[in-house]
Design a protein around this ligand. Structure first.
Ligand SMILES: [Zn+2]
Length: 117
């Protein structure tokens, strides 16, 4: 298992988990149905989490239009990458757009500007 995941996939996983968290929070709220105020707070928090996940999904959509489509040299599938370095969505092969970084050990720091290592 390679340690890094494709960025778009990572954000998508985050959005999906937000939906689940939202539903779990609302589900917990049901246990407090005898205390209407507490139940209402849980329901609101759940709705907020679900709205947040919708916002994250919209953000992914925006990022996807900016992402560059490349063919993965390892598995041959078309994947989308963000930033200078990213992982293949399918096989997690490190990909880079910067020829200077080619062949080097993958480092997430390459995405941060002005990073000196
Ligand atoms: Zn691949």
């Amino acid at each position: 298992m390679k340690p890094y995941k494709n960025k778009i996939n990572r954000i998508r996983t985050f959005a999906l988990s937000l939906i689940f968290i939202g539903f779990i929070i609302m589900y917990i709220g049901i246990f407090f149905r005898n205390h209407q105020v507490i139940m209402l707070i849980f329901m609101l928090l759940g709705v907020v989490a679900i709205i947040a996940s919708t916002a994250v999904y919209a953000w992914i959509g925006m990022l996807s239009t900016k992402a560059i489509q490349v063919e993965c040299p390892n598995c041959g599938k078309h994947t989308k990458m963000l930033g200078r370095v990213d992982m293949c969505m399918y096989c997690r092969e490190p990909l880079t757009l910067d020829p200077n970084l080619e062949g080097k050990e993958f480092d997430e720091d390459y995405n941060r500007k002005n990073s000196k290592s």
